[in-house]
Design a protein around this ligand. Structure first.
Ligand SMILES: Cc1cc2nc3c(=O)[nH]c(=O)nc-3n(C[C@H](O)[C@H](O)[C@H](O)COP(=O)(O)OP(=O)(O)OC[C@H]3O[C@@H](n4cnc5c(N)ncnc54)[C@H](O)[C@@H]3O)c2cc1C
Length: 445
């Protein structure tokens, strides 16, 4: 009898798992609430009108057009029933599985800060990016029309969180402001307009080497961004951000880039321990302890770094069965999602073939963050940090390689070069009926 593998999620992890199972004898069903794969690393460019939403997404059906044993089901899964081996969708339908690969990602973490979830714009999905873009562009138009409502034409933009997403979006907002003033001739007091990046930690890009943090801070400062480190956000309301140092800012737009959590997502239902960021604690082969037929991968999973990491930190002192510390886990990156998805699929094939499973080991290919045009950081696995234009070209090249589908790659490459050479004429369209005033935004899609 053909075994059925259900893959939950068509992100990097789910797609790489399903691809690994292509051409096998297994019946593979990929389920996602969106009918497209979202390329999250490009969302900040969609949000700041550098790329179109379609440049950062790709239809999942197209990915598996040639794969006879893989089908796609568009729908949201509401329940996983491990004892019955079924998943339940919002329309009530149930799907049986022999093996389940859970790759449902994470969601924005607001850390219980009052008002943060309702009064900030998070950036995790394509819909988030589109909403933020409409909000930014509508705000700029409103400043032009009613400067008296916006501090005399000088709005304030606040980005909360100094990780890669926060750094990227702060840099891109400044570029958007410049082009809006110099090319679109919006009447904005550019000199007094502020972009503030806030982080509770003592440095930006804390997951990177210290040199990368310094470069990010000085580059952002040279572009006019106020970097406020060691500053936590105490509360966000409709028209104010209260900081831990007592200051209250009255921002036009607040972007949330303050981290991720698995709490509240589908994977949180699984009968397992929760690790840092509520990620699902898995066995070394990425299966769910007690359920060898279920694997959890990508952002949803507390993916262990694997053998290489464990021997490198023998003083860590974690006994088998303990909840791992952040240092023992892989970061929530596309490469980790891709590698863990492939690994889980290989273990399914092992099990079907009657072989034992293998532990996962992460092959670190480095990390990247971009700060703006011709300014990026690439940190190689050996610790070497490449900055500036070279880092930016590295970022461009790598993201192109990971983009799914040849047509998508070509389109994004052309768009990027066009944007680089002719940046001012970018697609700054407000594609929704949006009204922005100091009392908030009403958006009708
Ligand atoms: C703004 C941003 C920028 C980033 N930049 C970088 C970068 O530059 N480099 C890098 O390496 N990483 C980057 N990352 C991280 C990287 O994108 C993630 O690590 C990666 O996408 C995780 O892949 P995943 O498959 O685990 O989850 P996701 O890509 O989040 O995919 C999860 C999928 O599951 C689906 N899903 C969720 N719940 C359900 C449900 N109940 N029913 C049906 N479907 C469901 C979702 O629709 C989604 O398609 C970035 C992330 C963000 C948010």
């Amino acid at each position: 009898m053909t075994h059925r593998v259900v893959v939950l999620g068509g992100g990097f992890a789910g797609l790489s798992a399903a691809k690994r199972l292509g051409k096998s004898q297994l019946d593979v069903i990929v389920i996602d609430q969106h009918n497209f794969h979202t390329f999250q690393p490009l969302l900040y460019q969609v949000a700041t009108a550098g790329l179109e939403p379609a440049d950062a997404a790709y239809p999942i059906r197209s990915v598996f057009r040639q794969s006879q044993n893989i089908s796609f089901r568009h729908g949201r899964v509401t329940q996983i029933c491990p004892d019955d081996r079924i998943v339940v969708l919002t329309d009530g339908s149930e799907l049986y599985y022999d093996f389940l690969i859970v790759a449902t990602g994470a969601a924005a973490a607001f850390h219980g800060i009052p008002g943060a979830s309702s009064h900030t714009s998070a950036l995790y999905t394509l819909a988030d990016a589109r909403r933020l873009r409409n909000r930014l562009l509508s705000t700029l138009e409103s400043v032009d029309s009613h400067p008296e409502s916006w501090n005399g034409g000088a709005p304030v933009f606040v980005v909360i969180g100094g990780g890669p997403t926060g750094v990227e979006i702060a840099g891109a907002i400044v570029e958007l402001l410049d082009v809006s003033v110099h090319h679109d001739r919006l009447r904005i007091d550019r000199e007094r307009t502020r972009v503030i990046l806030v982080d509770a930690l003592g440095r930006l890009l804390s997951g990177f080497d210290e040199r990368a943090s310094q470069y990010a801070e000085s580059t952002l400062a040279s572009r006019g961004i106020e970097v406020r480190l060691r500053t936590a956000v105490a509360e966000v309301s409709q028209d104010a951000v209260a900081l831990s140092d007592g200051e209250t800012i009255s921002p036009a737009v607040v972007v949330w880039a303050g981290g991720m959590t698995v709490a509240g997502t589908l994977a949180a239902q699984l009968p397992a321990e929760a690790g840092p960021g509520q990620r699902v604690v898995v066995a070394p082969d990425l299966s769910l302890p007690g359920h060898p037929e279920i694997f959890v991968v990508g952002d949803a999973s507390a993916v262990p770094r694997g053998a290489a990491r464990m021997t490198a930190s023998p003083t860590d002192g974690t006994a088998a069965g303990d909840v791992p510390s952040s240092k023992q886990l892989c970061p929530q990156l596309a490469q980790v999602a891709i590698q863990s998805g492939e690994h889980a699929a290989s273990q399914v094939l092992n099990r079907v073939a009657g072989l034992s499973t293998q532990p996962f080991a992460y092959h670190d290919k480095g990390m990247m963050a971009t700060i703006g045009r011709r300014a990026a950081i690439t940190q190689l696995p050996n610790g070497m940090v490449i900055r500036g234009t070279m880092g930016w070209f590295g970022w461009l090249g790598l993201h192109l390689v990971y983009l799914i589908g040849f047509r998508n790659r070509l389109k994004v490459l052309i768009n990027w070069w066009w944007r680089y050479l002719d940046w001012p004429s970018g697609p700054r369209l407000i594609v929704a009926d949006v009204e922005v005033d100091r009392d908030g935004t009403a958006e009708v899609a």
